[in-house]
Design a protein around this ligand. Sequence first.
Ligand SMILES: [Zn+2]
Length: 237
Amino acid sequence: MELNKDIDQFDIPLAKRTYLNNPNSTLLKKLLIFSPFLFLIFSIAALRFIKNVELIPLNNLNFEVKRNHDVRIFGHLPYKETPIEKLVLIEPNIEVHIDMRDSLLKMREEAKKDGIYLVFLSGYRSINLQNDIFYSLKSIRNQEAAERARVSAPPGYSEHSTGFAIDIGDATQRDTDFETDFENTDAFKWLIKNAAKFHFKLSFNKDNKYIDYEPWHWRYEGSIEALEVFESANIKL
Ligand SMILES: [Zn+2]
């Protein structure tokens, strides 16, 4: 009995007291109590960081799309007039951007080898000329601007002003020039199969909800300058 009393007084209470008085243990205890909160704070900070990293490119993209959408007129993007010194004459009445000349002429040569005769209908057009086309035809046809814009770009909004656009016809079927029927010609079928090899792309396909389908109108994307010019046009809305 006396022995047990000694143990109670000496061993257990003393051991408890020693443990509680240790300053390191107190700190550990506090840390243990606060660890769930610390973990929570750390997790929130980590999540916010990850979320920001993921959102940055997405925000930029949204901004781009919004910007591009805002600058369109009747679905047409604005284009600057290319400087005259960058234009070269490839036909008596057709000028194009110097970057695309060789590729365009090579495409016509290659088509010829396959028995296809491409004819160039229209290349570079100044903003002034585009102005005449847009407004004169609009009044001749008694059309409102929105109607006319389905088939012709407003001045300052034509790919032709960049010198990187070309309207192409079939030399054996001139009645299809600037007509949707051009899509049934051998020239168009050949272009669909081969134009990409020469860095040409159909600008206004059947999916465009603003601008009518133009199987004759192709743009060049074979130089950095051309790619920069058409960067916005290549962003899908
Ligand atoms: Zn065109």
